[in-house]
Design a protein around this ligand. Structure first.
Ligand SMILES: Nc1ncnc2c1ncn2[C@@H]1O[C@H](COP(=O)(O)OP(=O)(O)OP(=O)(O)O)[C@@H](O)[C@H]1O
Ligand SMILES: [Mg+2]
Length: 269
């Protein structure tokens, strides 16, 4: 039965890749900011005990008294865990290192894969009127990442053009297939995003060519270039879109947001 209290349910996108340092958090923050700039209301769920999305958006450690852990395991209400950021229309549920124990505690919980889905379903989102929820996953295919995939409509996969990138991708696709079979049959792949692209690097170009050959339209047209402004922005607690709005990185994330919204407009039509 449709839920009439949410006239249009937010689109939930898990940003996942078990490989570390491929641009998951950077993509979560900057796609979130770019979607917000287009007028959408966006909530980021920091699902990584490293808490990098929280830090990158300026939520100091002392200000993280209510976190994703509380939302998942202590049934704390959404309005009590959500925080504003300096960016209009962009909010976040922050994380701390406590979340690493959640991964272990979840194993003894019979609803272990469904906690995030149920917490979001039960949450009163009416004041937030969200259009998108972006979930920043940890670099692992652990229960936290599975929770994200069970809760999500789709998975966005940042891929860095490095030697083992495609092997890692097959393992990730296998997990997505398992989640579809066991818990979330409508889970889709939002797209594979080439990140930190360096056009002078032959290996990076080869990985991208292989990804496009094997995955076709699943690979976003937009590619994110390696850009020093992107890596500097988090230390100023800002998305690159506000830190240096004209930079190549900001332009690329704006193009990605356009591509994501255009895709959803097509799906909705
Ligand atoms: N387009 C880019 N240009 C330059 N540096 C980038 C770019 N994207 C990400 N980085 C830098 O690369 C590093 C890893 O990025 P990020 O933290 O987003 O990856 P991650 O996949 O979230 O990592 P983890 O797996 O640890 O969560 C960071 O220092 C980030 O600033
Ligand atoms: Mg990260």
């Amino acid at each position: 039965m449709p839920d009439l209290s949410h006239p249009t349910a937010p689109r939930i996108i898990a940003i996942a890749n078990q490989k570390g340092g491929v641009g998951k958090t950077t993509t979560t923050i900057n796609l979130g900011a770019a979607l917000a700039d287009l007028g959408s209301r966006v909530l980021i769920v920091d699902l990584d005990p490293q808490g990098n999305a929280s830090t990158g958006l300026g939520i100091e450690a002392e200000a993280r008294s209510a976190t994703t852990y509380d939302f998942l395991l202590d049934e704390i209400a959404l309005r009590d865990v959500v925080q504003a950021t300096a960016h209009d229309r962009l909010t976040i549920i922050p994380a701390t290192v406590d979340l690493s124990s959640a991964d272990i505690e979840l194993y003894s919980n019979e609803k272990r894969s469904f906690l995030l889905r149920d917490a979001l379903r039960q949450a009163d989102m009416s004041d937030l009127s969200l259009d998108y929820i972006l979930i920043d996953c940890p670099p692992s295919l652990n229960l936290l990442t599975v929770n994200a995939m069970v809760a999500a409509n789709s998975v966005l996969i940042p891929l860095q053009g490095e030697f083992f990138a495609l092997e890692g991708l097959s393992q990730l696709m296998l997990t997505i297939r398992e989640v579809r079979q066991s818990a979330n049959s409508s889970l889709r792949i939002e797209g594979v995003l080439m990140t930190m692209v360096d056009s002078r690097n032959n290996l990076s170009a080869q990985v991208e060519a292989d990804a496009r050959e094997n995955l076709g339209d699943l690979v976003f047209q937009t590619r994110i270039p390696r850009n020093v402004r992107v890596s500097e922005a988090p230390s100023y607690a800002l998305p690159v879109l506000t830190y240096d709005t004209a930079s190549k990185g900001a332009q690329a994330y704006r193009a990605l947001a356009q591509e994501v919204t255009a895709k959803h407009a097509r799906v909705a039509a």
